[in-house]
Design a protein around this ligand. Structure first.
Ligand SMILES: *[C@@H]1O[C@H](CO)[C@@H](O)[C@H](O)[C@H]1NC(C)=O
Ligand SMILES: *[C@@H]1O[C@H](CO)[C@@H](O)[C@H](O)[C@H]1NC(C)=O
Ligand SMILES: *[C@@H]1O[C@H](CO)[C@@H](O)[C@H](O)[C@H]1NC(C)=O
Ligand SMILES: *[C@@H]1O[C@H](CO)[C@@H](O)[C@H](O)[C@H]1NC(C)=O
Ligand SMILES: *[C@@H]1O[C@H](CO)[C@@H](O)[C@H](O)[C@H]1NC(C)=O
Ligand SMILES: *[C@@H]1O[C@H](CO)[C@@H](O)[C@H](O)[C@H]1NC(C)=O
Length: 392
């Protein structure tokens, strides 16, 4: 075909080139390599993508959480939007309602099963006695399994009910997004495990992850967008609690990041295996680690300063304390001090010692949506393609 069009144009070489490239583009667009028209997003994860799940069930973030974009706390553990919000926005879809939120939710274009402090494996301890969410990945899957048929039952009631629920065909045309694993590593580090023991537990964590992807596939999921885990050793909550950790050239805790990298290596291997096992799935592995790490390695490039210091926190080298968090108050020398936001959260990477600012999430989204950090290297809006075949 391309050969044929080459022979058709007996004109100057510049024009020839322009015309030929237009012709080639048209061929690609009219083939199966067209943009994916995702009509819904179903998200699974932890605080990196929680849009209100933990807030509806346990602990709601207080001001100044949410101040940058929503101008009030809105269930996200950030000053504003998260990566998953920018993903939804890029498809022209509304921000995802949290599945656990029973007030004012609208699931017509997806649902968010993520909750802050969720793990992949069953958590060692649960809020309020311990630090973890009971809604670990298996539970998030169970909620989704229940959600799917019930939304269709509700849709049959028509009218307003129908407008709040996803259409049946959206389940196969949805993007299934994942950002989970950081708390499995954290649970190990903060439990009584050595770094080597946490590292050795990684394959088991990844097996549990794979099982859930398969289960969602068996319910009809086809397009999967899987974030790997970030450089946990660059976060104040690690740096403050493990002060003796060896630091790398950017001040991050080296071995903690090495465990995260081992997690990512095993996750990537698991994704390759999943592609074999799930012939009708398009699975994109997204290297969030590298994008986040570049914010510590070269903050100025992105307009950031003090990447290792929490914007909203209290005390010490990292402006972070385990005894009082962002939005809390602490008595210092007889005076109550409110832990509020720094002056320019838009120039900061870390929001509260554990979570990223909206400004950082926005940049991370821009970097990953191009496909430059994906395996296979396809952009977000092409994530329904399994090599050149469109999955739905
Ligand atoms: C739910 O959201 C969809 C898409 O934004 C909108 O069309 C629909 O009207 C909403 N339903 C209600 C009851 O607000
Ligand atoms: C770690 O071990 C110490 C001493 O054995 C114990 O007091 C503590 O509760 C343990 N912590 C966790 C998180 O298991
Ligand atoms: C984690 O385990 C892998 C495989 O055994 C090993 O190659 C790696 O060095 C370990 N990393 C750490 C930080 O222990
Ligand atoms: C509290 O008071 C002591 C004694 O006056 C002083 O040395 C210290 O710096 C004060 N701490 C803070 C955080 O202001
Ligand atoms: C640390 O947090 C406080 C709020 O408690 C904030 O006012 C301050 O600007 C932060 N410091 C830095 C260096 O960001
Ligand atoms: C594309 O996917 C098919 C179906 O899974 C697979 O058999 C084939 O090897 C893939 N082709 C390439 C070029 O990766």
């Amino acid at each position: 075909m391309e050969f044929g069009s080459r022979n058709m144009f007996h004109i100057s070489s510049v024009t020839f080139f322009v015309v030929l490239s237009i012709a080639t583009t048209t061929v690609i667009e009219s083939s199966s390599n067209s943009e994916c028209n995702f009509r819904a997003i179903f998200n699974f994860g932890d605080s990196n993508s929680d849009t209100g799940g933990l807030a509806a069930s346990f602990v709601a973030p207080k001001p100044p959480y949410g101040e940058t974009y929503f101008h009030r706390p809105n269930g996200r553990f950030s000053d504003g939007r998260l990566i998953v919000d920018f993903i939804a926005q890029s498809f022209g879809l509304p921000y995802l309602s949290a599945y656990l939120d029973s007030l004012g939710t609208n699931f017509s274009h997806g649902a968010n099963f993520a909750t802050t402090s969720s793990t992949i494996r069953p958590p060692p301890s649960i809020i309020p006695q311990g630090g973890f969410s009971p809604f670990y990945l298996d539970v998030q899957y169970t909620q989704f399994r229940d959600f799917k048929p019930r939304t269709q039952f509700i849709r049959q009631q028509g009218g307003l009910f129908a407008s709040l629920m996803p259409k049946e065909e959206y389940f196969s045309k949805a993007l299934y997004t994942f950002d989970i694993g950081q708390n499995d590593l954290g649970a190990g580090f903060f439990g009584n495990m050595t770094i080597q023991q946490v590292n050795a537990s990684v394959p088991e964590i990844i097996n549990s992850f794979s099982k859930n992807v398969k289960d969602i596939y068996n319910l009809g999921g086809r397009s999967f967008w899987i974030h790997n885990t970030g450089p946990i050793g660059c976060l104040p909550y690690i740096l403050v609690n493990f002060p003796l950790a060896e630091k790398d050239e950017n001040g991050c805790a080296k071995q903690y990041n090495e465990v995260a990298q081992y997690f990512n290596l095993k996750l990537k291997e698991a994704v390759v295996k999943l592609r074999d096992d799930l012939p009708l799935a398009a699975i994109t592995y997204v290297d969030i680690y590298s994008v986040k790490y570049s914010l510590y390695n070269n903050p100025k490039k992105y307009g950031f300063e003090h990447p290792l210091i929490a914007c909203c926190g209290y005390g010490g080298e990292y402006n972070y304390s385990s005894s009082v968090g962002c939005g809390g108050t602490i008595k210092v020398n007889g005076t109550q001090i409110f832990v509020g936001s720094c002056e320019r959260p838009s120039a900061r990477v870390n929001w509260d010692g554990v979570h990223y600012t909206e400004a950082a999430s926005k940049i991370i989204f821009h970097e990953i949506s191009s496909g430059a950090f994906s395996d296979p290297p396809i952009s977000l809006n092409m994530a329904c393609h399994r090599n050149s075949t469109k999955i739905y």
